[in-house]
Design a protein around this ligand. Structure first.
Ligand code: GZL
Ligand code: ZN
Length: 331
């Protein structure tokens, strides 16, 4: 907030005193002798526009971000969760610009529609860092993105399916939020990996990354085709897979056996279902992006040059690996 504060003071004609006071505190060590968090000793005000709270993954990601953007780390965090509503999320970013925050972090619900508000942030001299999902706007409009390779996640899930299903197979897909980078790219990667295999996608519909969405869509697929006609479910995230498990069991079929399931995220409840044999394979999507995002904000505000893209590594789990990994996972 210091930048905006000073410009206001300058207008009020008390610039000399305020500038001197601020720059001298900027030069001196903080009280405990350690170098101030952001070099200037002042708190960095960050507006964080989160998608909402649609899944277990999102809770872990929000936790990671709030931990990293703490007061102890030199941040004053203004947090907004947009309840999976792209218009509300853009409104939140606009309000951060009007508040004159020092930096803005966004986990963009959908890829498109960001050009105008990102341009407004740029015009206001407020750097934007993207975390998790990304946008289709030009990368001149944001300082950096830290996230995951969603297409590779889809590809890994598809490669498992291609290896596992060598006979004619009917697959249904529970898609993530329509227009989101993970939904788009996980579909692309998976479809490429199963090209030429006997796996046929008989239906595909969005469950919006939520358990309820996954359950409702799976119920409609079971109504439409009957459990016997569905061999495989590809869920773009664990929460929808967990909803699908409920629907499959309610229909009297056995998830992981009669109808096999491949999913993405590797959140705790998904890994538990995998350990229990109700999901057959999960590709991880690492939600712990807070530290890297905070590092990028500090570097950008300090005027350092930063990588435009930072991709965080993912791994994949079968049942045995899930049983082994479960006790040590933090989310
Ligand atoms: C992926 C993230 C997705 C998760 C879902 O990085 O954006 O959104 O896969 C979450 O669980 O809702
Ligand atoms: Zn994309």
């Amino acid at each position: 907030m210091k930048k905006r504060f000073l410009s206001t003071l300058a207008l009020a004609g008390v610039a000399a005193f305020a500038l001197a006071a601020c720059s001298s505190s900027g030069d001196t060590e903080s009280s405990d002798g350690a170098a101030p968090a952001d070099g200037g000793g002042d708190m960095i005000t960050v507006g964080f526009a989160q998608t909402g709270s649609e899944s277990g993954w999102r809770s872990a990601n929000t936790e990671s971000m709030k931990t990293a953007f703490s007061e102890d780390n030199g941040f004053d965090l203004v947090f907004n969760a947009a309840d999976n509503d792209p218009a509300a999320q853009i409104q939140a970013v606009r309000s951060f610009i009007n508040q004159g925050v020092d930096a803005i972090v966004i986990a963009p619900i959908v890829e498109d529609g960001w050009d105008d508000v990102l341009q407004e942030a740029s015009d206001a001299g407020i750097p934007v860092i993207l975390e998790d999902r990304t946008v289709s706007a030009s990368d001149d409009l944001y300082a950096s993105w830290v996230g995951l390779d969603f297409q590779l996640e889809g590809q890994k899930a598809g490669e498992w399916a291609a290896e596992t299903f060598t006979e004619p197979t009917n697959m249904v897909v529970l898609e993530g939020t329509t227009g989101s980078a993970p939904a788009n790219d996980r579909a692309t990667g998976f479809d490429m990996a199963i090209e030429g295999t006997p796996i046929e996608k008989i239906d595909s519909q969005t469950g919006d990354f939520t358990r309820d969405g996954g359950k409702t869509v799976m119920e409609s697929f079971l109504q439409k085709y009957g459990a016997d006609e569905i061999d495989l479910v590809y869920a773009h995230n664990d929460d929808m897979a967990l909803g699908a498990i409920e629907a499959i069991e309610a229909a009297g079929a056995v998830p992981g056996e009669d109808i096999m399931i491949v999913s993405i995220d590797a959140v705790h409840d998904g890994m538990q279902a995998l350990a229990d044999g109700k999901i057959n394979y999960i590709v991880e999507c690492n939600p712990l992006l807070g530290d890297k995002a905070a590092e990028l904000v500090k570097a950008v505000l300090a005027g350092d040059s930063v990588e435009k893209r930072t991709i965080v590594e993912d791994q994949a789990f079968d049942q045995e690996a899930a049983i082994e990994a479960l006790p040590n996972r933090s989310y």
